[in-house]
Design a binder for this molecule. Structure first.
Ligand SMILES: [Zn+2]
Length: 419
């Protein structure tokens, strides 16, 4: 018995690459953007039209549809033992205002292609299967992002999500009613045997390294901070250099130190200062106060803790050396999310067996899978996207890239749901 068979994998079966691409292009016609992308903000009429098209495809194929209390949409394909919890695939159909045709959409429609391919091959899996369209992944019209999967994971309550107000003033629960996607299925009690999500990478690593599949081992931990440096505001002319306490000069040393922590920490560390406010923001006043934001990321919690300790220590030392004061407050803390090793192994084995070049990769972005992984064994499959560009209408993939990602999803689903 080979390693891959021991891991539950069965010989490769093919998906229909042309049908997958055609389906992606049909969905892209719904809510077209102005520059070749898509605009289907969550729970707008365009988003409803996208969900309606997906629902029609699923009903035509004979799958059963259901909607939960927060508008997550599920297409179910019966299994041999329908009392077992379903193996679930999914992603999202909503987009950013100037979104691409593939972010989220690829995962949903690759899942649909997997179900259709099972139909083609006449395979009934042991577990039932479900394909999910998560409600409001992007968080653009209604904030925060990943709402639907967040409720399932217990991060948000049903009621607080239904009461969210959009930028345009609409209440989320009312929009669900208006579109008929106000379901009755429990959003908080939803047994799943496993969750699988295919997605475009949304970064450049796979393309730069010429790899066809990203084996996603988990998601980075993120810690966000707000820092305020207080120096001494004074006139830019009469105050000699040696008698100044310039908050911006101190802050700029801190920005460099934070950058260096990211550069010198091994293993995919990221450190970013993204916002910097200088006060009083006048060209002939020595800055008295500087506010800036810090975003620290790493796939390992222990390393992330060490990065935070180094950041706090160095910021404190730099302030003290300059006679300035500094305050640091934590804004957000998102722990690292390792995916299920068995499922991740199946992704790797499938790519190997099909002869696709691949590498292990950690997700730098948030995905529905990152929330679902808190409750259910989870894995993700990444495919490259052109130039690593996403959240942009020019976002692009090739039909071959789509087919490879769907093929791996197919293998992992079959190995997990059983025959
Ligand atoms: Zn996405």
């Amino acid at each position: 018995m080979t390693d891959s068979l021991q891991n539950g994998l069965v010989p490769s079966l093919s998906i229909n690459a042309d049908r997958l691409w055609h389906t992606l292009m049909e969905m892209a016609k719904v809510g077209p953007g102005v520059a070749g992308g898509s605009c289907r903000l969550a729970l707008t009429d365009e988003d409803k039209a996208g969900r309606d098209l997906f629902s029609r495809w699923c009903l035509e194929a004979g799958y059963t549809l259901s909607v939960d209390q927060v508008g997550n949409l599920f297409a179910r394909r019966a299994g041999q033992d329908d009392s077992l919890p379903p193996v679930v695939m999914g992603s999202h159909l909503d987009t950013q205002p100037t979104g691409g045709r593939f972010d989220g959409i690829f995962g949903v429609l690759a899942g649909l292609e997997v179900l259709r391919s099972l139909d083609d091959h006449g395979i009934v899996t042991r577990h039932p299967l479900e394909l999910t369209v998560w409600m409001n992944e992007e968080g653009s019209r209604f904030s925060p992002p990943m709402m639907g999967s967040g409720v399932v994971a217990g991060v948000f309550t049903v009621q607080e999500i239904l009461d969210q107000i959009a930028q345009d003033g609409a209440r989320l629960g009312d929009e669900l009613v208006r579109h008929g996607y106000n379901g009755t299925r429990s959003a908080t009690d939803h047994p799943m045997a496993a969750y699988l999500e295919a997605h475009i990478e949304q970064g450049p690593v796979l393309e730069v390294e010429n790899r066809q599949i990203g084996v996603v081992t988990g998601a980075q931990g993120q810690r966000w901070f707000e820092v305020t440096v207080t120096g001494r505001e004074a006139h830019a002319g009469p105050t000699p250099m040696r008698l100044r306490c310039d908050a911006l000069v101190v802050a700029s040393r801190m920005v460099q130190a934070i950058h260096d922590i990211g550069m010198t920490t091994p293993g995919d560390a990221c450190t970013t200062v993204g916002i910097l406010d200088v006060r009083p923001h006048s060209r002939n006043v020595i800055p008295g106060e500087v506010f800036f934001t810090v975003d620290l990321r790493h796939p390992d919690n222990g390393t992330l803790t060490a990065m935070e300790a180094a950041f706090r220590q160095q910021i404190g030392d730099l302030a003290a050396a300059a006679g300035a004061t500094v305050s640091i407050s934590e804004f957000w803390n998102f722990p690292t999310t390792p995916f299920d090793p068995v499922l991740v192994g199946r992704v790797r084995d499938s790519a190997t067996r099909r002869g696709y070049s691949h590498r292990d990769i950690v997700s730098g972005a948030g995905h529905d899978a990152v929330y679902i992984a808190r409750k259910v064994p989870t894995a993700m499959v990444f495919i490259p996207c052109e130039g690593g560009i996403s959240h942009n209408e020019i976002e692009n993939i090739s039909p071959d890239q789509a087919a490879r990602g769907a093929s791996v999803l197919f293998d992992v689903l079959l190995a997990t749901a059983g025959r």
